[in-house]
Design a protein around this ligand. Structure first.
Ligand SMILES: Cc1ncc(COP(=O)(O)O)c(C=O)c1O
Length: 379
């Protein structure tokens, strides 16, 4: 029998306290916040990293095998064929994304996002001194193409260079953008000359797809994509990601070679093993996440039916509409203070996150059930 991936009780995970997920809050707070899994990486990854450690292969990485593994995984999994020459390693997705933003826009210049969206987008745009312009998702969690058309037109009216940060699939809602939506987005980007930067870190975990790589849609090849094995195979601390520059990108869309030295050697070793040999593990993991998503639905329906929830179409993140509970803009703060359970703060994902909270489903069913009990205790 195959053993479960998402397992282990709170004492086990808390004993590893050097990591941020279990280490940040007091020991009586159950953490289901940052996007890390309560899971050991798959055997091929462990074997590859352990072998590299044993042979002292811990210096700087060399060669193209990492980006070639990324491109080969994309071709096999999504029929997305892109020459490896368009791909380059970076330390992590946010470093690559920030650097692309810095290159394709100007200080103080506009970068459009669609909230609710990955909260670190806001912090990193602040860090590189860019102006965030929000064109929120619709109430149904889809890209609002009319609004994006107007917003792109407005930000370009002054002649400033502009970018759009696409979260594909979307963290925190789990929305899997469709081929039609992405094709329409690419047409708008071309009309208004806006560079689309597509963060595809969550792409391997899809429950209700298919996932469509942005660069693969008609017109998408003018954009840039970022891919990584780090979310799907739980390798975030090992540090390695890939920037893919579309074949028809403007000539100013280029990364300095110096950046490619920031990628971690062991992160590359781990990702090559994950993309090459981690498919069975990923399938099992995705199934366990879907079971947890359904379990959360049943528990909320029984115990806190006022919360709005639909199982995510992708990711291991659940987006809960807590507005009917009367807990204010940031229900996560109330659940943490009164219930001793930590979720991610809804408003940190932008305007459209007020009254919401994000729950990490990549944990054991027992921990998930205990989290719902603690939510009830907070009410
Ligand atoms: C959408 C998205 N992008 C980027 C990241 C961070 O990626 P990295 O650690 O490679 O910078 C996360 C982490 O949760 C994420 O959800």
């Amino acid at each position: 029998m195959t053993s479960r991936i998402l397992s282990g009780d709170a004492d086990f995970w808390r004993s590893r306290r050097t990591g941020v997920k279990w280490g940040l809050y007091a020991a009586d707070v159950l953490p289901l916040w940052v996007a890390e899994m309560d899971a050991a990486p798959c055997d091929p990854v462990v074997a590859a990293v352990a072998a590299a450690m044993r042979r002292g292969d811990t210096g700087y990485p060399l060669g193209r095998s990492f980006v070639e593994a990324a491109v080969s995984y994309a071709a096999r999994t999504w029929s997305w064929t892109v020459p490896a020459s368009r791909a380059m390693p970076v330390a992590d997705v946010m470093t690559g994304l920030s650097e692309v933003v810095r290159v394709v826009t100007d200080p103080g210049g506009p970068v459009v996002v669609s909230s609710p969206v990955y909260n670190a987008f806001f912090d990193h745009l602040d860090l590189v001194d860019r102006r965030v312009v929000d064109a929120p998702l619709t109430d149904a969690g889809r890209l609002d193409l009319d609004l994006l058309d107007r917003t792109f037109g407005e930000v370009r009216a002054r002649g400033e260079r502009a970018a759009y940060l696409l979260c594909n699939p979307q963290n925190p809602t789990g929305t899997v953008h469709t081929r039609d939506e992405l094709t329409a987005l690419a047409a708008l980007a071309e009309t208004h000359d806006v560079v689309v930067i597509s963060d595809e870190i969550h792409a391997p975990i899809v429950h209700d797809g298919p996932f469509v790589p942005y660069l693969s849609v008609p017109g998408g090849s003018r954009g840039v994509a970022l891919v990584s094995a780090s979310k799907a195979w739980n390798l975030a601390g090992l540090k390695a990601a890939v920037v893919v520059i579309g074949e028809d990108a403007r000539p100013d869309v280029a990364l300095h070679e110096v950046l490619t030295h920031g990628s971690g050697h062991l992160g590359q070793v781990a990702a090559i093993a994950a993309w090459g040999e981690g498919e069975a593990w990923l399938r099992q993991l995705t199934g366990e996440v879907a079971e947890n998503a359904a379990l959360l639905g049943r528990l909320l329906a029984q115990r806190i039916p006022a919360i709005g929830y639909a199982a995510p179409a992708s990711t291991y993140l659940a987006w809960l509409d807590c507005r009917a509970l009367g807990l204010g803009d940031d229900p996560a703060a109330v659940f943490r203070e009164r219930g001793r359970v930590a979720f991610s703060s809804g408003p940190s994902f932008g305007e459209r996150g007020r009254g919401f909270t994000r729950v990490n489903l990549a944990t054991s069913p027992e921990i998930l059930e205990e989290a719902v009990t603690r939510m009830e205790n907070a009410l």
